[in-house]
Design a binder for this molecule. Structure first.
Ligand code: BEZ
Ligand code: FE
Length: 302
């Protein structure tokens, strides 16, 4: 076969890739070829334009290192990360909804018991908040010994892993046998996604803002239950309607309530006044669900 033109080339490439042994890989790679060719045809891509595209993707790769994952950020901004979450995490009614992982998850955070203080060693202060709640099954039964991997930005909107130094406002918090968990932290604030790289150029070129509404991240796992990668957003945040990465779900908006009660503050080991977030995570059972890879301490995500 030779002498291809814009009408025959796609089928020729697809046919060549049929030799791939793995069926799923073959499906993905041939579909990607079909869509890429269709895209080039639709916009009648010029050579100069495609070279700009190649330069752009090269710059995205060059911006990546062991701390910065510009490709995850690109996927987030394009809405592709949330598309993949939507396809793969059809919410079981009643279960906590999944949302984007983002580029700032890190393995190996310290383990904490009930009531832990994630503010310890923090380089910046924020509004003190006592976060507590339960990890429960769909019928409200406590899920014993769940693990909550928690992380959030510092008061300046920067994550610990974006700078030198140790972990901050990050920890693996163990729930107790009754499914209860609690920890002390700071109220999250809205922040900008990193815009000093090619993804920032894309955001500016499309005339959009680069803010994420305030949130804390959580990955909640327990044996026998589906792991959920989720956020808790802050009620009233000005960016809830325009999240740069399309990750907001109404069911994930939490209320930070001001508590002015010296006795309660003393009981919880908080300053008075303080904020309180009460939040339950509801996990769906693992049974009958196609096995999905869970994030574990040994995985390398970013
Ligand atoms: C985050 O929430 O940490 C995040 C998610 C997507 C892009 C940038 C940051
Ligand atoms: Fe975040």
């Amino acid at each position: 076969m030779r002498q291809f033109n814009e009408d025959t080339l796609t089928a020729a490439v697809v046919e060549r890739f049929q030799k791939a042994k793995d069926e799923r890989f073959r499906q993905i790679v041939t579909s990607a070829v079909k869509h890429l060719h269709a895209f080039a045809r639709e916009v009648h891509l010029t050579e100069e334009e495609w070279f700009e595209g190649i330069k752009y993707l090269t710059a995205v790769g060059q911006k990546c290192d062991d701390k910065r994952q510009e490709f995850i950020l690109l996927s987030d901004i394009l809405g592709l990360s949330m598309m993949i979450v939507a396809l793969n995490h059809k919410t079981v009614p009643g279960a906590t909804e999944a949302t984007v992982l983002g580029p700032f998850f890190a393995h190996g955070a310290k383990e904490y018991e009930y009531g832990a203080d994630l503010r310890e060693g923090a380089s910046l202060k924020g509004e003190d908040v006592y976060v507590s709640g339960r990890v429960v099954s769909l019928d409200g039964q406590p899920v014993a010994n769940a693990l909550l991997d928690i992380w959030q930005a510092k008061a300046d909107g920067i994550y610990d892993v974006q700078t030198e130094g140790g972990f901050e406002l990050r920890g693996r918090v163990k729930a107790n046998a009754k499914g209860e968990y609690a920890f002390k932290s700071y109220k999250p604030k809205f922040y900008s996604v990193p815009v000093d790289g090619p993804v920032g150029d894309l955001i500016r070129a499309t005339g959009n803002h680069h803010m994420r509404p305030a949130h804390m991240h959580a990955i909640v796992s327990a044996p026998g239950y589906q792991q959920v990668i989720t956020h808790v957003f802050v009620e009233g945040d000005p960016y809830l309607d325009g999240d740069a990465v399309f990750a907001v779900k109404d069911s994930l908006i939490g209320r930070y309530v001001k508590v002015n009660d010296a006795a309660e503050a003393k009981r919880l080991g908080m300053p008075n006044p303080f904020l309180k977030l009460t939040w339950d995570f509801k996990l769906a059972p693992d049974a009958g669900v196609k096995a999905r890879k869970k994030i574990a301490a040994s995985d390398a995500v970013a």
